[in-house]
Design a protein. Structure first.
Length: 334
């Protein structure tokens, strides 16, 4: 491999669920306010699976054929406009694509310093899910101390992050749903008070919330499932409740009961990190660095690793995420 090339995961076909290869490609160069990071580990996300299948293309200006939205590594090269980072520092951050490679170039403002307590694999499991969960709970839903929270898919990367963040912020109670009893039980170890298994009928979690809250409902609901849960979500929310839609694993279109929304004075919002502007991502990263990283440093928050895989075993890593048996994050070590 030449000095100006690197190994990277490339999507070489979208047919039959997509095909990946580890290839040698040109090494990116830092420019303007960009930093080149020697990537040591990269986290996998549902967006990577969709991109592999041809259903979630990279936004304009992002690396199109190399997947990966989050990474951890060392600053290797900085351009003239970079002010706060220098070569050798351990950093983690977000990008709209290209993280699953030996090198990634990103704006300085999309990076934060890794706490000493975390190794690279643990750090790679953090940025996308903790920034997403923190932004959804506090910037979007404005979660307040003492409020009750319901988190769907508590065994997912965003789910495990959200449960921990809500607990650390002094939520009155943190509830969750998952597809298996094992995931519900494991989530209790991260601060979830009560959980329920949802297999087919979503009304079971609405009924569980009614029982847990004595009919009062929850104030904040973080939904990673989407259409199939909408009606039960509206039932589970209490007056002035706020629902933040983060994922659509259960579909992206469903009838909406406007009458119930109006009677309860509900607020429904959608959020997505990948497609935001550079400035919006920088603001979310600043909030992450200020409010989340210190809690990771002192152990009050912790990354949740499902499994780690070598770069050469990237196909196995994707298959693990696609299995839906994961609890926490799948990470590729590079």
């Amino acid at each position: 491999m030449g000095e100006e090339s690197m190994r990277a995961v490339r999507i070489v076909s979208h047919e039959d669920g997509g095909r990946l290869e580890v290839c040698e490609v040109a090494r990116p160069v830092a420019f303007a306010d960009r930093v080149r990071v020697r990537v040591r580990a990269a986290g996998l996300n549902r967006a990577d699976l969709l991109q592999k299948r041809g259903r979630y293309p990279a936004p304009p200006g992002a690396v199109a054929e190399i997947p990966g939205l989050e990474f951890a590594g060392e600053v290797e090269q900085t351009s003239d406009e970079v002010r706060s980072l220098k070569a050798g520092q351990r950093v983690f951050g977000i990008t709209a694509g290209g993280a699953q490679a030996e090198y990634a170039v990103v704006p300085e403002s999309h990076l934060a310093l890794i706490p000493r307590a975390l190794d690279f694999a643990e750090a790679a499991a953090v940025p996308e899910v903790f920034i997403t969960a923190h932004d959804a709970l506090f910037t979007q839903a404005r979660l307040q101390t003492g409020e009750r929270v319901l988190v769907h898919a508590v065994g997912s990367g965003v789910g495990t992050a959200a449960v921990q963040l809500a607990r650390a912020a002094g939520a009155g109670a943190v509830y969750g749903t998952a597809r298996t009893p094992e995931k519900v039980e494991r989530a209790r170890g991260f601060g979830m008070d009560e959980g329920v298994v949802v297999s087919q009928d979503p009304s079971v979690f609405a009924e569980a919330v009614r029982a847990w809250t004595l009919g009062a409902g929850v104030q904040v609901l973080l939904d990673l499932v989407g259409a199939s849960y909408l009606d039960a979500n509206l039932e589970a929310l209490g007056p002035r409740g706020r629902m933040i839609l983060v994922g659509t694993l259960g579909g992206s279109s469903a009838p909406l009961d406007f009458g119930r929304m109006m009677r309860k004075r509900l607020r429904l919002s959608g959020t997505m990190l990948r497609g935001r502007s550079t400035e919006e991502k920088a603001a979310a990263t600043r909030r992450f660095a200020a409010h989340v990283v210190p809690l990771l440093a002192d152990g009050r928050l912790r990354p949740v690793l499902d499994s780690t895989h070598a770069l050469a075993d990237v196909t196995a890593a994707y298959e693990r995420l696609e299995s839906n048996d994961t609890f926490g994050k799948v990470v590729i070590e590079i």
